[in-house]
Ligand binder design. Structure first.
Ligand code: SAH
Length: 236
């Protein structure tokens, strides 16, 4: 209940400003977290192993950076978030409406690191075309979308969501198992997140985060029925 109340004050524009504009969105060095995240995603999808019809992104928030490398490998991307304000912010970007957040520095950077010489506008167009559904979700429900995803997702992505909406480690494990139900057997899950974080800010909202250690994540994945293929971390 306390978490839900916190999220009622979540301000998407303030969240975007804190995390996805300078100084945090600094592309000048791979030491910074934003280019690090984008590099991890680009390298992971470059293998070509993670692909299929549908990719579901859990707790998309107001952001699309996490989908830029992914979108080349799926016919449809399903974005999700608990908050209507975030789904509306995403919808504004997907429809190219005025006032939408400007993700072009991210798109340009991803095209650069992918190294295929693709014009960034082509990637932007492709993601907009494939981002067909933006659905409400609650990872604390065994059926997070309220109904099964049919057909189930071929891959699942989730960035900075599960630890940021779980009051404790047990809730984190349960949430992981719930979202795992959206994925087809043998499908891949790509999780990005923070270790050792206790809170973050989004305007007037101060959101608690369950501080996790690497071992907690390993144990949670095993408990939720996932086999861990690779774990990378970077110290901020
Ligand atoms: N993926 C984005 C946003 C992460 S912030 C990024 O990488 O920046 C965490 C997100 O979790 C917020 O958008 C918030 O609205 C969402 N959220 C809050 N409660 C949730 C719940 N119960 N189930 C799913 N998502 C939730």
């Amino acid at each position: 209940a306390a978490l839900r109340e916190g999220y009622e004050r979540f301000d998407p524009r303030a969240y975007l400003r804190n995390n996805y504009l300078p100084p945090r969105a600094d592309f000048s060095s791979e030491e910074f977290v934003v280019p690090w995240k984008l590099r991890c995603l680009a390298e992971t999808f470059a293998s070509g192993e993670i692909r299929g019809r549908t990719l579901i992104d859990v707790g998309s928030g107001p952001t699309i950076y996490q989908l830029l490398s992914a979108c080349d490998h799926f016919e449809e991307i399903v974005a999700t978030d608990y908050l209507a304000v975030n789904r509306e912010e995403l919808g504004r970007w997907a429809r190219g409406e005025p006032g939408a957040f400007d993700w072009s520095p991210f798109i340009q950077h991803v095209c650069k690191i992918e190294g295929r010489g693709e014009p960034w506008q082509d990637k932007e167009r492709r993601l907009r075309e494939r981002l067909r559904r933006i659905l409400p979700i609650d990872v604390h429900r065994p059926e997070p979308l309220g109904a099964p995803l049919r057909p189930p997702a071929d891959a699942l992505l989730s960035a900075f969501c599960l630890e940021a909406v779980s009051p404790d480690r047990a809730a984190f494990v349960r949430a992981l198992a719930h979202v795992g139900n959206l994925l087809r057997p043998g499908g891949h899950a790509l999780l990005l997140g923070a270790l050792g974080e206790s809170f973050y800010l989004a305007g007037p909202a101060r959101l608690p985060v369950v501080p996790l250690e690497e071992s907690d994540v390993r144990e949670a994945l095993a408990a939720a029925g996932f086999a861990l293929r690779e774990l990378r971390s970077s110290v901020m």
